[in-house]
Design a protein around this ligand. Structure first.
Ligand code: HEC
Length: 106
């Protein structure tokens, strides 16, 4: 039987990549969550035309000095003190959202 060395190398590299990604925050997943759960009120992406103008956009939140990663995580873990509806997000979803919001500031 003939084993393609390049194929094995590529397969191993892909496995490594996937394993690495599941551990770190995944901003692309954060984007999906934002579009599904946040876009009704927040402008979550530069091109979005829907949303309310009385709530901060994700770009504003991302560039806010007050809302650093820790403050955002704390807020999203328990946002009940605000006008926002209670969100029940998993820790990993919060990390993904924070990573996505951080990208918006650039
Ligand atoms: C029903 C409307 C609504 C939805 C849905 C919503 N928000 Fe908000 N959000 C608000 C409003 C209104 C504010 C304005 C500030 C406040 O209430 O204190 C806000 C403020 C925020 C802030 C700023 C908090 C601060 O301390 O300044 C963050 C961060 C935020 N939202 C994240 C999210 C994320 C992430 C989602 C989706 C998972 C989401 N929101 C979904 C209405 C909403």
């Amino acid at each position: 039987m003939h084993i393609c060395v390049q194929c094995v190398t590529v397969a191993l590299a892909l496995i490594g990549l996937l394993a690495g990604q599941s551990a770190a925050a995944d901003w692309a997943n954060g984007e999906r969550i934002a579009e599904r759960w946040c876009a009704g009120c927040h402008v979550v992406a530069p091109g979005q035309s829907r949303g309310s103008d009385t709530v901060p956009t994700f770009a504003e939140i991302g560039s806010s000095k007050r809302l650093d990663d820790d403050a955002l995580t704390a807020f999203l873990t328990d946002p009940t003190h605000s006008r926002m509806p209670p969100l029940s997000l998993a820790r990993s979803e919060i990390a993904d959202l924070v990573a996505y919001i951080a990208r918006q500031s650039r």
